[in-house]
Design a protein around this ligand. Sequence first.
Ligand code: NAD
Length: 255
Amino acid sequence: MMRFQNRVVIVTGAGSGIGEAAVRLFLSEGAKVAAVDWNEESLANVERMLLPEYRDQLMAIVADAANLSAVEQMVNGVVGRWHQVNVLFNNAGIEETDSITETTEAMWDRQITINLKSVFACSKFVIPHMQRARGGAIVNTASIEGIVAEPRGAAYVASKGGVVMLTKEMALDYAADNIRVNCVCPGWIDTPMARRSIAKHGGLERMMPEIQRLQPLGRLGTPEEVAKAVLFLASDDASFITGTALMVDGGYTAQ
Ligand code: NAD
């Protein structure tokens, strides 16, 4: 399939995990991809792996997806080179979380800023270009934790619940511009983020029975499995889908 030929896609959090998998799949379907991450080293690694095959299709941009002036500059850079933006994948995120009484103000601010304000910041500067082109698709990475809460997840849960609702709100505001806005809600996915959290809880072997109980398909999801759902929502295959939260969770939220 080459669903994204002649389309320009911005992916945030592109240096690792789900974002990196999405960059690969978008490239393989013909998109021009701006890969955005604030971690210069991991972004350079992704660039090194993909540039030989996709020289004219890939640009890597180091930027903080939640910083408005950095985002404005990033979007101007993309439009300066490729003249349009057809798809925005707001995926940058962190998980560093606890109960309210154990959450410091700095932890709270980091979670809400990176996970939620980044969606505001990137969408704010991309949408005018989509309006000019009379259409576009935005996909946000929320989480199962935007739908169901988890103990000791205060700021993360709040940020992802915010992403789910902001997705619906943006879908309403820009439907008349033919801009569709959806989100994916991944369950436990095998990425460096999940690996860090699993390590904190005693390692994969110890966590596996719990993961199998919570996630009926009985395993971690892969970043590619989430990325495939993202590409579906970003593509014309989803032309009548807007404002939805698509669970990619191995059945986690079914029970
Ligand atoms: P990851 O840590 O492997 O990758 C996240 C990437 O985002 C990193 O490269 C990081 O440098 C980048 N990033 C963080 N803050 C940034 C910022 N301010 N500006 C630019 N880049 C930034 O994590 P992942 O598991 O691939 O997570 C991707 C998204 O999926 C996140 O929003 C996360 O909350 C969400 N998610 C992950 C899981 C899971 O189990 N892995 C489950 C549900 C939701």
